[in-house]
Design a protein around this ligand. Structure first.
Ligand code: KG4
Ligand code: ZN
Length: 330
């Protein structure tokens, strides 16, 4: 095919997304059908509910993305679809949809690592990242640090031993009765409170790995000790502890792995508080801070399409088998 655009499809968790992206990262359309309202009552993502919703929404999302972009299938060069990591049933729906469309339209289909997609989100609509780069990926499923010598060479240098930071936000939100997803609500509430409970900063002085389950437990104990605490102060204390850990680890990693850019991606990169402290850190270290546009920090298909372009440009095929586990290095 000689088209100049890639269709991206993302269904690894609770959002069904489709997007059309040009090789330079220009996003022609990006459709995200959120299932948050379906999962709200469970305080997290309910896998069977998620895959059934993807079945209903995948084709309509693709149709809408193509319509919004004002293009026809013959304008496409390829289809990129998330093959992992994520919920296996949800991934299967996305990959099957992409396979069917690829066959019908005569297009190659590329299986994309969702984490690689987040990474590339920092170059959507505008090239931002310069190498070498340090990556902080903070999402609902992952919390990790990676170093990239160039766009194709990545090594994992730290990760969480237990919960991801996004998961901690979601669980604390649930404890406070705030619904799902927790990130945005916790952020907003934290702005009205004070960091006054001295919550633990797990593994602060210890290498480049993370741990957030101890912090989550500390919040639970705090709430049990006094049910009448001001929720805003609990949120502010929790956010302050998370940010201390994230910024200190970034600083240490930047010393160990000198980099031109610090790239912060994944759902938690939508946090205004995190964006602010990261800005200060980068200013003091004279490092370029690269953030995805706010709307593409959380899961989307534009980042998947941009990641697919890397393979098309290199003339490389990919594995297409859905898999719940996949490292950022794969
Ligand atoms: O990247 P993402 O959309 O999905 C995964 O790949 O996991 O990340 C979702 C996570 C959720 O845990 C959500 O609470 C968190 O990102 N999140 C935020 C914010 N928006 C979403 N966390 C902090 N502040 C936010 N504004
Ligand atoms: Zn994600």
């Amino acid at each position: 095919s000689t088209g100049e655009l890639i269709l991206g499809i993302e269904s690894s968790c609770d959002d069904t997304a489709a997007a059309v992206v040009a090789e330079d990262g220009t996003v022609l359309s990006s459709v995200i059908v959120s299932q948050a309202s379906l999962h709200d009552r469970y305080g997290g993502v309910y896998p069977e509910v998620a895959s059934r919703a993807h079945v209903d929404k995948a084709i309509p999302a693709v149709r809408m993305a193509i319509e919004d972009a004002g293009i026809r299938p013959k304008d496409l060069r390829a289809i990129g679809v998330t093959r992992g990591p994520g919920l296996i049933g949800s991934l299967m729906v996305g990959v099957d949809t992409a396979r069917g469309l690829g066959q019908g339209w005569g297009l190659p289909v590329l299986g994309i690592n969702h984490l690689r997609g987040h990474l590339r989100s920092a170059d959507l609509n505008e090239r931002r990242v310069s190498y070498p780069a340090l990556i902080l990926l903070v999402s609902g499923g992952h919390t990790l640090l990676a170093h990239m010598r160039d766009q194709d060479t990545i090594s994992l240098v730290g990760s969480t031993r237990d919960d991801s930071v996004g998961e901690a936000y979601d669980k604390v939100a649930r404890m406070l009765g705030l619904g799902y997803p927790g990130g945005p609500v916790i952020d907003r509430l934290a702005l009205q409170g004070k960091d006054r409970f001295g919550l633990p900063r797990p593994m602060l002085g210890d290498g480049l790995n993370f741990s957030f389950s101890g912090l989550k437990t500390a919040v639970r104990r705090l709430l049990e000790s006094d049910p009448n605490l001001e929720a805003a102060d609990v949120a502010a204390s929790f956010v302050a502890a998370c940010l201390d850990v994230l910024t200190q680890k970034c600083e240490r990693a930047l010393v160990e792995y000198p980099s031109e850019s610090l790239v912060i991606v994944g759902g938690v990169a939508a946090s205004p508080q995190l964006r602010e402290v990261a800005g200060k850190l980068c200013e003091s270290l004279d490092v370029k801070l690269c953030l995805p546009p706010l709307k593409w920090s959380t899961d989307n298909a534009a980042m998947i399409a941009l990641a697919a372009w890397d393979y098309v440009r290199a003339g490389q095929g990919t594995d297409l088998a859905p898999t719940s586990r996949l490292s950022i290095e794969q």
